[in-house]
Ligand binder design. Sequence first.
Ligand SMILES: [Zn+2]
Length: 173
Amino acid sequence: MTQPQDVIKYCPKCGSPHFIFDGSKSFKCHSCQFHFFINSACAVAAVIVNSKGEILLTRRAFDPEKGKLDLPGGFVDPMESAEESVKREIKEELNLDVIHLKYICSFPNEYIFSAFSVFTTDLGYLCEVESFENMHAKDDISGFEFIDPAKIDYREISSESISNIIKASEKLI
Ligand SMILES: [Zn+2]
């Protein structure tokens, strides 16, 4: 019951209740003709590795999936590039400065927030940081740990898309 067609009842432009889902990916208002598409939102996830080859995983401070392990990252802001977003999120969450980044691959995800399904395209980046010296957990994470990729318990990872990005990155690290 978190799908857009279960949640959205009125036209966001004119407030009409005649806001009809097309059965696929858009709504059309029969009062003002506003046509609203459900598009995928862009999100980024960073794979950061220490000198021992361990991956930096963060612990989620809030729902969804509070307490689970995640890659650092988040939603791309409007009019922001994915690369800028990676750098901003890593600074916000961990106080780390990304100096190099390389695109890995992407996976689709369904992120349920406020009882509403937000569909995302999660872009994975392999990132190198200046140093781990002033690293600390803040923003929407409660902690972090470095884990040997071979020892990751994927049941503890927040989503399938993040698990897939970690697995895809292992060929590159
Ligand atoms: Zn309308």
